[in-house]
Design a protein around this ligand. Structure first.
Ligand code: SF4
Length: 390
């Protein structure tokens, strides 16, 4: 039987920490497991758009809401591959294909299999999100080489019924189980700003962290308020609370990629920068997510300002200072791997400048870091009270 890794009292105490202490803890955990300046780049394509029978109240693709979205049938395999090639040239290392279905039919899975094989042949990682899967469908996708299947929990179990009524939390967990059993990696996160309370954000992160194996990829979405959807008038979530959510996700799932997902187009550079400091290390690049806007070229400028680089798996281009460059040109081929699941170890960084900075940091502020870390741990212990981490 799987033991729970965390509990709500502990996670609520993390959320309650003074902001600087929380960010310090999250950044420390981040540095222990990843290169803190590397960001994994995925690109997402809607391969079948709109007319979805589900009633997810944030989603413009539901057939139940009048959002003006144009419906599109499942794309042809070659059209998907053409766009995947362009995404690779733009710096993406993972290609994510999203279809607005409750669940795919078996003949849809035939098409998905061909897409997965084609994208893999380009040397990219693959991810699909297409609704609920049967065990057989999951097995077929796994055999085709699918690396990740995305299926979000969206929110805490007790808030879920206010957001979606056409499928249950248990349905979602069944699909996640089928994906794991088939041997694929899991991409699973949620959405904040749905009108939930902090306790629901706590509940969501506890559910994610306590999955039998935590998801390798954890997208944290900020609600994009699309006119025509039931949540279009929801009050905005405080950006600082969003950063707290990222930081707590990083602490609870230290070896997962935490992705800043939907809502980045509405975020300032400063907010995104705080999220990267708090442990976010994956984004969707490009101009579009499934149907909403994404920052596109603004990312290259932000990466240059912050000294971030693309995680180097499939990004062999050299570093450049040109802020107008596509993200691929900001990638650093360090010949090392940032992904702990690859077995290469944490936080590789072979650049002389980075090594020098790390050395200096270790010599001059190492003592301070130890003191601050002990203070933060003591404060966490005091705050979490009865909640004890397993
Ligand atoms: S989130 Fe997915 S399942 Fe829900 S309405 Fe949108 S496309 Fe359909």
């Amino acid at each position: 039987m799987n033991r729970p890794r965390t509990n709500r009292a502990y996670v609520a105490a993390l959320f309650d920490l003074p902001f600087n202490d929380l960010l310090f803890q999250a950044a420390t955990v981040h540095r222990q497991h990843f290169d803190p300046n590397a960001v994994q780049l995925s690109q997402l394509l809607s391969i079948k758009t709109g007319a979805c029978p589900e009633d997810c109240s944030y989603c413009p693709q539901s057939a139940r809401y009048k959002t003006g979205l144009e419906r599109e049938r499942l794309m042809a395999v070659e059209s998907v591959l053409e766009k995947a090639r362009a995404a690779k040239e733009g710096g993406a290392t993972r290609y994510c294909m999203g279809a607005a279905w409750r669940s795919p039919r078996d003949k849809d899975v035939d098409q998905l299999v061909e897409m997965v094989k084609g994208v893999r042949a380009l040397g990219m990682e693959t991810c699909v999100t297409a609704g609920m899967l049967s065990e057989t469908q999951a097995q077929r996708l796994s055999e085709a080489g699918l690396d990740y299947y995305n299926h979000n929990l969206d929110t805490a179990p007790e808030h879920y019924g206010k957001i979606i009524t056409t499928r249950t939390y248990a349905d979602r967990l069944d699909t996640l189980r089928a994906v794991r059993q088939a041997g694929m990696k899991v991409c699973c996160g949620g959405i904040v700003g749905l009108g939930e309370e902090r306790k629901h954000r706590v509940g969501l992160l506890v559910e994610l962290a306590n999955l039998p194996t935590p998801p390798e990829s954890v997208p944290i979405n900020m609600l994009v308020k699309v006119p025509g959807t039931p949540l279009s008038d929801t009050p905005a979530l405080d950006p600082i609370e969003f950063v707290r959510t990222i930081a707590v996700a990083r602490i609870l799932m230290p070896t997962s990629h935490v992705r800043l997902s939907a809502g980045r187009q509405q975020m300032t550079d400063e907010l995104q920068s705080l999220c990267f400091f708090a442990g976010a290390n994956s984004i969707f690049c490009g101009e579009k997510l499934l149907t909403t806007d994404n920052p596109g070229n603004r990312d290259a400028m932000l990466f240059a300002k912050l000294g971030l680089h693309a995680e180097p798996h499939a990004c062999p281009a050299k570093p450049t200072e040109a802020v107008e460059a596509p993200l691929a040109e900001l990638a650093v081929d360090e010949g090392a791997c940032c992904d702990p699941s690859s077995g290469c170890g944490p936080s590789p960084s072979t650049s002389p400048a980075r090594s020098a900075v790390d050395g200096l940091l270790a010599e001059t502020v190492g003592g301070f870091i130890d003191i601050a870390r002990r203070q933060a741990v003591r404060r966490t212990r005091r705050l979490r009270g009865a909640g004890q981490r397993d």
